[in-house]
Design a protein. Structure first.
Length: 289
């Protein structure tokens, strides 16, 4: 029912003025599938060659929203996305969780007994590592910019295969040589919707922040204590090198609640007293379906 109403709303908005959405391309990526899942099929989607380009398109006002991957349940954080938040002032407007099924795809000219290389995104190759070790241990694994790019390359070659999903297989007319080859059956990726406007509370929200602490003993403990004392559920914490100096770091934290909630406001005020800097990336509804 949620998907049906999403498509109805997408079509209604398109009658007024179609939304423009940038995503990590080319066509056929899982990021495009996430964009369609969140915004429906009536939007104008614009594929970009890199995550940073998605951020720039949104910042420039060329599109209404951007869609970027942020973490995978098997391989962890997508660092390019986290680093882009350090360089751009974007607001997180929503999230999508997408179940990821990887297939081994071949083109009509592929000689399946002579496959010498397999193309895919580095994350996808890592997510299928055990399967590849068991079935194609001596075949070269070539990391490319996206799974869709891998599918595009394979279409014109006779000695290669690609690891990609359903959308790429259909778009480039490839055949599934093996299905659902991901190592973990619950393999999922989380995507973020970025824009320029805040989202009001819905009652079932998450908040993402970036915090920079002084480089001193107990700094991480001081950061986490207010969350613990107020019973706030942390759903993710990542560390990335800071742009401010060598061997300094920032923390990316996701937690349950909206930054306008009185309890959350109080916690953030306590953190600000101890932090070098704090930036609220956005509060947004939790992913559904």
């Amino acid at each position: 029912m949620a998907r049906l109403f999403r498509e109805i709303m997408s079509s209604c908005l398109a009658l007024e003025q179609p939304l423009k959405v940038a995503y990590l391309g080319p066509e056929g990526t899982f990021t495009q599938a996430a964009a369609m899942k969140h915004f429906g099929h009536a939007v104008i989607s614009k594929p970009m060659a890199a995550i940073d380009e998605v951020f720039r398109e949104v910042a420039a006002g060329a599109v209404n929203f951007g869609v970027v991957p942020v973490e995978n349940s098997t391989e962890g954080a997508v660092n390019h996305t986290l680093d882009s938040f350090l360089e751009h002032d974007m607001v997180i407007c929503g999230e999508v969780e997408l179940r990821i099924h990887h297939h081994l795809l071949v083109g009509e000219n592929t000689k399946t007994d002579s496959i010498s290389r397999i193309y895919s995104h580095a994350q996808s190759l890592a997510q299928c590592r055990k399967w590849l070790d068991a079935h194609y241990p001596n075949v070269e694994r070539v990391a490319v910019s996206s799974n869709a790019e891998a599918a595009k390359r394979v279409k014109g070659e006779w000695n290669s295969a690609a690891i990609a999903g359903d959308m790429a297989a259909g778009l480039y007319g490839l055949t599934r040589l093996a299905e659902k080859i991901e190592d973990r059956p619950d393999n999922s990726t989380r995507f973020l919707m970025i824009g320029n406007q805040e989202v009001p509370p819905t009652g079932d929200d998450k908040t993402s922040i970036i915090v920079s602490m002084s480089n001193k003993p107990g700094a991480l403990h001081e950061l986490l204590v207010p969350f613990h004392d107020n019973g706030i559920d942390l759903t993710r914490i990542e560390t990335r090198p800071s742009r401010s100096g060598k061997w300094t770091y920032v923390f990316f934290i996701d937690f349950v609640g909206h930054h306008r909630d009185p309890l959350i406001k109080g916690v953030l005020e306590k953190i600000i007293q101890e932090a070098v800097a704090l930036k609220v990336l956005g509060s947004y509804p939790k992913a559904v379906l």
